[in-house]
Design a protein around this ligand. Structure first.
Ligand code: SAM
Length: 529
C-alpha cells in the first residue's frame, strides 16, 4: 500500500478498531464456549496486541516493504494494531481465517484497507514459492486446539505436510505447534515472527519439535512469560508465552532474552542466554524458576529511603490555604509551611523551587501549623486568633486527629521529602505502574494523600555530589514494573491500588543499584536521620 492510500484509512483506524471490538464481543458472546474451545477461538486483548505489534515493528528495517501475515486472523486484532502503528512505511497484508462465522465480518470490515483476506484452512494452503511473495512480518495467536479435538484424518494430513517441510512431531501436539512449523515456509529470510502460544510446549514431550525448530532453524530473539499471579490479562493468557523469532540461522553469538513477569515492554526479570547453549530436551520453564530464585531482589526501597505517609491535617479545607485565602484574612506567613497540592492536580514529575524554596507552581498552597497558645496569638497575631475562632465555630478542634494534638492547630513533623508518590494509584490502560513518583526540590511538605521518601544520609550525599542523579532515580522509580509494585499492596474496586509505607518499603530495587553503579556495600552502610 503506498503513502497516499495510507492517508485515507489512517484517520478512520480508531473507528475500525471500535467496530472490530464490538463484532468480536458480540460473536464471542453468541457462540458456545465449547465450540470456541474446539476451534481455539480466544481473542488477544487489544493492549497485548498493541505491545506485540510495536515490538515487532521495532525489529523491522525501515526501508523495506512490510509484508504482514496473520494466518489465524480472527477479527483482526493484530492487523488493527499494525495499522495503528505502522506510520508511513509501505506494506501489504494477508489474513487467513478458517471460520466464516468470524471471517465474513473480518473480510467486510477491513476490505477498504487493502487486506488480502483468505477464508481458508491455513494448514492446507501451499506457501508462496518465490521469496518476494513470502512474508517478513508474521504475527499470530494460533488456535489452541488440543490434539484430541483434531481428528485422525486431519492429524495424518498435518503430519504429511510437516514431513514435506522436514519436520516431525508427536501425535499429541496441539494445532498451534503445526501452525508454527508450517508457517516457517511462508517467511522471507530475515523476516520477523511473533507467536503467542501456550507455555506448555516448554515442558511437554511434544514440545521438543517446536523447541528444536526454535533453536536450530531461526534466531530466537525473545521468550516472554507472564506470571501466574499476573493481574493484567484474562485467565486465558496467564499461561501464555510470547516468542519472537527472526528467520535466520542462529549465529555462534546469538542470544535469547528470557523475560518474565510485568509486560512485554517492561518485564520484571530478564535473563540473557546464548541460544546455542539452550537444549530442546530440557524443560524451559526451569530456566524461569532458576531465574526467579537467583534474581530475587536483596535491596529494597526501604533500605534506601525512610518512607512515611504525609500529614493527616484533620481538615484540609481548614488547614490548607491558598495565597489568596491567606491574604484575604490578613494572615502573615509566620505559621504557614508550603505544601504540595493533591496528586490529582500535580501534573509535573519534577517540582522546582524558587529562591525562597517555594514550589514553582501556578498556584501555591500553605499548611497552617502553629505551636503558640491561643492567648499568645491573641496578643501577637490577632489575625491568626480570629482564624482559629473560625475553626472553633466549625468544631474542627473536636475531630479525632485535632483532639489528639496540642495545640489542636499544630501539625505532626513531616519535613519536605525529596521524592513523593501518590498513596493511592489507579492503573492506566497501558498497565503501567499506578504509583507516580515526583521529585520535589522545594521545601513543600505533603498531606497523607502522598507517601514521602527521605533518602538515607549516604544516598542524599551521593545525590548532592552527582548532578542529575536525582532525576535518574526518579526515572527509575517511575519505570518500576507495575507487577513488582502492585504485588506488595492491596487492590480496591475499579483498579485502585493502595500502598502503605511498609508495603512500599518491600519493593525490590536491586537493578537501581546496578543501573546507577552504586555498590552493594553502599546499602549496608545506610543510616537514617
Ligand atoms: C486464538 S484465535 C486468534 C484470533 C485473533 N488473531 C486474535 O489474536 O484475537 C485463533 C483463530 O484461528 C482460527 N483458526 C482455527 N483453525 C484455523 C485454521 N486451520 N486456519 C486458519 N484459521 C484457523 C480460529 O477460528 C480463530 O479465529
Amino acid at each position: 500500500m503506498n503513502k497516499n492510500e495510507t492517508v485515507n484509512w489512517k484517520k478512520d483506524i480508531l473507528k475500525f478498531e471500535k467496530e472490530r471490538l464490538l463484532i468480536q464481543e458480540r460473536l464471542d458472546a453468541e457462540r458456545s464456549g465449547l465450540l470456541r474451545n474446539k476451534m481455539g477461538q480466544f481473542a488477544t486483548p487489544v493492549c497485548l496486541a498493541d505491545d506485540i505489534v510495536q515490538l515487532a515493528l521495532e525489529l523491522m528495517p525501515k526501508n523495506v516493504q512490510i509484508r504482514f501475515l496473520d494466518p489465524a486472523i480472527g477479527t483482526g486484532v493484530f492487523y488493527s494494531a499494525f495499522l495503528k502503528s505502522v506510520n508511513n512505511q509501505n506494506f501489504c497484508a494477508t489474513g487467513i481465517e478458517i471460520d466464516p462465522y468470524y471471517g465474513e465480518h473480518t473480510k467486510k470490515l477491513w476490505q477498504s484497507t487493502g487486506l488480502n483476506f483468505l477464508l481458508n484452512d491455513f494448514t492446507t494452503l501451499r506457501p508462496p514459492q518465490d521469496e518476494q511473495s513470502k512474508y517478513n512480518f508474521l504475527i499470530c495467536n494460533p488456535p489452541y486446539v488440543r490434539h484430541h479435538h483434531i481428528d485422525s484424518r486431519q492429524k495424518a494430513l498435518l503430519k504429511d505436510r510437516l514431513n514435506e517441510n522436514g519436520f516431525r512431531i508427536s501425535g499429541l501436539a496441539g494445532l498451534y505447534c503445526y501452525f508454527m512449523l508450517l508457517a516457517d515456509a511462508w517467511m522471507q529470510s530475515n523476516g520477523i515472527a511473533v507467536w503467542l502460544v501456550p507455555n506448555e510446549f516448554m515442558d511437554v514431550n511434544y514440545g521438543k519439535a517446536v523447541k528444536k525448530y526454535l533453536l536450530s532453524h531461526v534466531e530466537l530473539i525473545r521468550v516472554h512469560r507472564f506470571t501466574p499471579e499476573d493481574v493484567q490479562f484474562g485467565d486465558a493468557l496467564v499461561s501464555s508465552t510470547i516468542l519472537v523469532i527472526k528467520k535466520k540461522l542462529p549465529a555462534k553469538n546469538s542470544v535469547t532474552s528470557f523475560t518474565f513477569g510485568g509486560t512485554l515492554k517492561k518485564p520484571c526479570h530478564t535473563k540473557i542466554i546464548k541460544q546455542l547453549s539452550l537444549n530442546a530436551d530440557e524443560k524451559w520453564s526451569l530456566l524461569y524458576k532458576k531465574q526467579r530464585r537467583t534474581e530475587q531482589d536483596h535491596i529494597s526501597l526501604g533500605m534506601l529511603f525512610k518512607i512515611k505517609r504525609g500529614i493527616a491535617t484533620g481538615d484540609n479545607n481548614f488547614f490548607i490555604l491558598s495565597e489568596e485565602q491567606i491574604h484575604k484574612r490578613h494572615l502573615s506567613y509566620d505559621y504557614f509551611l508550603p505544601i504540595l497540592p493533591s496528586p490529582r492536580y500535580l501534573k509535573q514529575a519534577v517540582i522546582d523551587a524558587d529562591k525562597k524554596g517555594l514550589p514553582k507552581l501556578h498556584q501555591k498552597f500553605f499548611l497552617f501549623d502553629c505551636d503558640q497558645s491561643i492567648e499568645t496569638l491573641k496578643k501577637t497575631h490577632p489575625a491568626y486568633w480570629r482564624y482559629i475562632q473560625e475553626g472553633i465555630a466549625k468544631g474542627i478542634q473536636n475531630g479525632y486527629i485535632c483532639k489528639h494534638r496540642n495545640p489542636w492547630y499544630s501539625q505532626e513533623q513531616r519535613p519536605p521529602a525529596l521524592f513523593v508518590s501518590a498513596y493511592i494509584g489507579r492503573q492506566s490502560a497501558n498497565k503501567e505502574n499506578p504509583f507516580r513518583f515526583i521529585l520535589n526540590r522545594s521545601n513543600a511538605t505533603v498531606t497523607n494523600s502522598y507517601l514521602a521518601f527521605y533518602p538515607s544520609i549516604l544516598l542524599l550525599e551521593m545525590i548532592q555530589k552527582n548532578n542529575g542523579l536525582d532525576v535518574q532515580i526518579l526515572d527509575y522509580l517511575n519505570s518500576l514494573c507495575a507487577e513488582s509494585v502492585i504485588k506488595e499492596g492491596r487492590v480496591y474496586g475499579g483498579g485502585m491500588y493502595k500502598l502503605e509505607p511498609s508495603e512500599m518499603a518491600k519493593i525490590g530495587v536491586d537493578s537501581l543499584i546496578e543501573q546507577l553503579n552504586l555498590t552493594k556495600n553502599f546499602t549496608k552502610q545506610l543510616t537514617f536521620f
